[in-house]
Each structure stands twice: as structure tokens, then as C-alpha cells.
Design a protein around this ligand. Structure first.
Ligand code: F6P
Length: 392
């Protein structure tokens, strides 16, 4: 009897989702399996029963590897344990998890490839307890902060988009001698701000891991002024906050969505800078631009590797697990690993230290200081090439 596997994409999208879907489908077809795509997380099964799936045959996944978004659709309001059901004229969080599991059984699904973030992995674990078929989770977020894996696809693309934007802002900032404050994504982790800030040549980078002092930021800009640099670029992660202050939200969480919508920190920083330095400031919020568009080559390769590995694990292993990248290798690790504390930027991170060495301000007092716990890189003596060796 041939195997039937299902794929779904949950939570915020990330460039590379379609490459994972394609890789899972193509590598499963080679094995003679049937592949179904569940639409919009688990919503397809809840709202449309066994019609809420897409047959992922060869033609359905042809030419999608380079496309952003997800052909299956996604949602971050589709938790089957608190699904919005209209009851007495209002939406009430309702547990429809058994319905989801029943519909999977009706479709003859043997295994599920759940592509999502920590929330999706936690959800998969709960659904397994309800009797959902075996799950292989594939970690996804542009924020690069998922536990259990060293990297996530979508991050390089988001960094490339933000870096390009920062580059464009440089020229207009210089022309008008302004301070441009760029808000990038990153709820709990500042990876995007850090990498795009360094790559884009920002002067100040503010990340959630380092609560900032607006005075330190203003002083950095004044020091640049004194050196004849009359413009500055400040990159701020949406989850950054001033020391002793709070994160800024545009909308709060509700019964169906775990997190509120962050936003507004760039405005705060810009106003602080304007008041303290007298400089003209402008803000730019990159927002979902960072999630959109085609994945860059490295994200495509990573996504394709993860998708093929998921199929391989289904073929060769019997347990559920998370497809994780560890020191460059892909491993199947317990699902729980994907739900631990989010992976934030450690204060002795190499790239953070590079920023400090370059004189970037991170909103604290440590501008340009070498972190004592980081030794200088080791000196490696290369052995001379052997005579006649090829490709040295
Ligand atoms: O995927 C994570 C993320 O990119 C966060 O950085 C951001 O706060 C969130 O998604 C926004 O998601 P949405 O607007 O889709 O709810």
C-alpha cells in the first residue's frame, strides 16, 4: 500500500516555504507516495473537510521553488485548540482538534510535514496526543530565533532585503543630513537588525537583547556630527526597548492569536534623537517587505535540503521529530527541542563583537569595546601544498 503524506504551512510566512513544499513533494513522488497539501495551516480541514487539501502532484509543485509566500496559504489564527467559531453572533475560541485528526484519518494521511515556528511545533505535539499521525516538523521563521536548530530559511532573504533598504536610505540621509531610523522585524531576537545593520553600514543597532539608553544613542550621533558626519543610520528591531521601558505594540493579542502586533519603536527612537540632538529625523518601517519576495539562493538551498531531509526521515525513521540544522548537518531531533526558549543573540556573539570592533553603537555604554570573553581568532598555520596535488 502506498504512503500518503500531508504538508502544511503555519504561522507567519517566510521566503523558502514553497521550496520546502516542492522538495517534500518531489522527493516523495520518487518514492511512489501520494502528497496532499493542507490549506492554511489546519484551517482547510476545519472549514472544508476533506476538500480542504490540494493534491500536490508533479504539476502542482512545478516551478514554485523560487517563489515567495506559500502555495498552501498560512495563518496565525488557526490554532485548532482555540479556533474562532461563530457562536451566538460572536467568535468564540473552540477546541476543534478532534475534527482535524478525524479528517486526516479520513484522507488516509500517514505522516504530516508541519512547516512552522515554535507555535506550530507545540501545536503538532498537542495534536499528536489527540491521535494525529506522525509529524516531522520543519522549522521556519525569518527571525532566525527558533530553538533546536542553528539556522532557519528565510533569514538570509530578510537580511538581504533590509540591507538593500539601508543602503538606499544612506544616500538620502546623506543628501539631507538627517538621521534615518529603520525598524526591522525581530520580536525577541535581534538577528535581522544585527546582520542587516552590520552589512548595511548602520551607525546604531538596537536589539531586544540589549535594552538601550536613548542618551547613548544621541551621544553616538553627536560624536559623528563632531567628526563631520552629518547623517546617521539607526536600525532598530521591532522588539527593542529602552532600559526600564516596555516593548511597543500597535495592536494587542486576542483570544485567537498568541502575540500582539509590535510597532512604534522607530518613532520613539526618532523622537528621542530629535529632542536630544536637534537633528532632523525620519522613520521607515520595513515590516512585511522582509517576509515577501523570492528567497535568496542560500535560503532556497537550505529549504530544499530540509524538505528532502523530511521525506528521508519519514522513509527511514518511525518517530516524530524536528528537522534541525546542527553545525551544518541536518538531524532529526525531538519535537520538544523546537519549543524551548527562543534563540536570542548572545552578548558574546561573534557578529555582535564585530559590530563593537567596528565602533557601532548598540545603545549601551560599550561602544567599540572588545568583549573580554572572546579570544582573538586562533592562528592556523597552513601546511605547504604537496607537490603534484590537484585543487590546492
Ligand atoms: O515571523 C515572525 C515575525 O516576522 C515577527 O518578527 C513579527 O513580529 C511577526 O512575524 C509579524 O507577524 P504578522 O504581522 O503576520 O502577525
Amino acid at each position: 500500500m502506498t504512503r500518503t503524506i500531508a504538508v502544511n504551512t503555519g504561522g507567519g510566512d517566510a521566503p523558502g516555504l514553497n521550496a520546502v513544499i516542492r522538495a517534500v513533494a518531489v522527493s516523495a513522488h520518487w518514492r511512489g507516495w501520494r502528497v496532499l497539501g493542507i490549506l492554511h495551516g489546519y484551517r482547510g480541514l476545519i472549514e472544508h473537510g476533506t476538500d480542504g487539501v490540494l493534491e500536490l502532484d508533479r504539476s502542482a509543485v512545478r516551478g514554485i521553488g523560487h517563489l515567495g509566500g506559500t502555495i498552501l496559504g498560512s495563518t496565525n489564527r488557526g490554532d485548532p485548540f482555540r479556533y474562532p467559531v461563530m457562536t451566538d453572533g460572536k467568535l468564540v475560541p473552540t477546541d476543534v482538534s478532534e475534527l482535524v485528526v478525524r479528517r486526516m484519518r479520513e484522507l488516509g494521511i500517514d505522516d504530516v510535514v508541519a512547516i512552522g515556528g515554535d507555535g506550530s511545533t507545540a501545536l503538532a505535539m498537542k495534536l499528536l496526543e489527540r491521535g494525529m499521525p506522525r509529524v516531522v516538523a520543519v522549522p521556519k521563521t525569518i527571525d532566525n530565533d527558533l530553538p533546536g536548530t542553528d539556522v532557519t530559511f528565510g533569514f538570509d532573504t530578510a537580511v538581504a532585503t533590509a540591507t538593500e533598504a539601508i543602503g538606499r536610505l544612506h544616500t538620502t540621509a546623506a543628501a539631507h543630513e538627517r538621521v534615518m531610523v529603520v525598524e526591522v522585524m525581530g520580536r525577541t531576537a535581534g538577528w535581522i537588525a544585527l546582520y542587516a545593520g552590520i552589512a548595511g553600514g548602520a551607525d546604531v543597532v538596537l536589539i531586544p537583547e540589549i535594552p538601550f539608553d536613548p542618551r547613548a544613542v544621541a551621544e553616538k550621533i553627536q560624536r559623528r556630527e563632531a567628526r563631520g558626519r552629518h547623517f546617521s543610520i539607526v536600525v532598530v528591531a521591532e522588539g527593542a526597548r529602552p532600559a526600564g521601558g516596555e516593548m511597543r505594540y500597535r495592536a494587542s493579542a486576542d483570544a485567537f492569536k498568541e502575540h500582539g502586533q509590535l510597532g512604534g519603536i522607530a518613532e520613539y527612537v526618532a523622537q528621542e534623537i530629535a529632542t536630544r540632538t536637534g537633528k532632523e529625523t525620519r522613520t521607515v518601517v520595513l515590516g512585511h517587505l522582509q517576509r515577501g519576495g523570492s528567497p535568496v539562493a542560500s535560503d532556497r538551498v537550505l529549504a530544499l535540503r530540509l524538505g528532502c531531509a523530511a521525506t528521508r526521515f519519514i522513509a527511514e525513521r518511525s518517530e516524530s521529530g524536528l528537522v534541525a540544522v546542527r553545525r551544518g548537518e541536518i538531524e532529526l531531533v525531538p519535537l520538544e527541542e523546537g519549543t524551548r526558549r527562543l534563540r536570542t543573540v548572545p552578548l558574546d556573539d561573534r557578529v555582535l563583537q564585530t559590530g563593537r570592533d567596528l565602533g557601532l553603537c548598540f545603545g549601551d555604554e560599550n561602544e567599540g569595546t572588545f568583549h573580554p570573553s572572546i579570544p582573538a581568532p586562533p592562528f592556523v598555520e597552513l601546511s605547504p601544498p604537496k607537490s603534484g596535488a590537484v585543487g590546492q
